[in-house]
Design a protein around this ligand. Structure first.
Ligand SMILES: [Zn+2]
Length: 79
């Protein structure tokens, strides 16, 4: 499943996280709002999961990323 990377359009500190990654199906439309704080976000780039282990969850946390996983329709959890 592709990983889409988003960042908030607002000022840093004005939003919940500056950058986050979001897993979604290729057929899904890109999100335009943060699922956590509801503020506007923009897609930076996409890549495929498993393409690089430098983006492993532990590494993501070191970098300050928040990985969001959609468990069910409309429900998101932080890992
Ligand atoms: Zn947010």
């Amino acid at each position: 499943m592709p990983i889409y990377e988003y960042r908030h359009k607002g000022k840093p500190g004005d939003t919940c996280e500056e950058t986050f990654e979001f897993f979604q199906k290729m057929s899904d439309d890109p999100i335009d709002k943060c699922p956590v704080c509801g503020r506007a976000v923009e897609k930076i780039l996409s890549r495929f999961s498993g393409a690089s282990d430098r983006m492993a969850p532990t590494r993501l946390k070191e970098l300050g990323f928040t990985k969001l996983v959609r468990r069910d329709k409309g429900v998101y959890e932080k890992e």
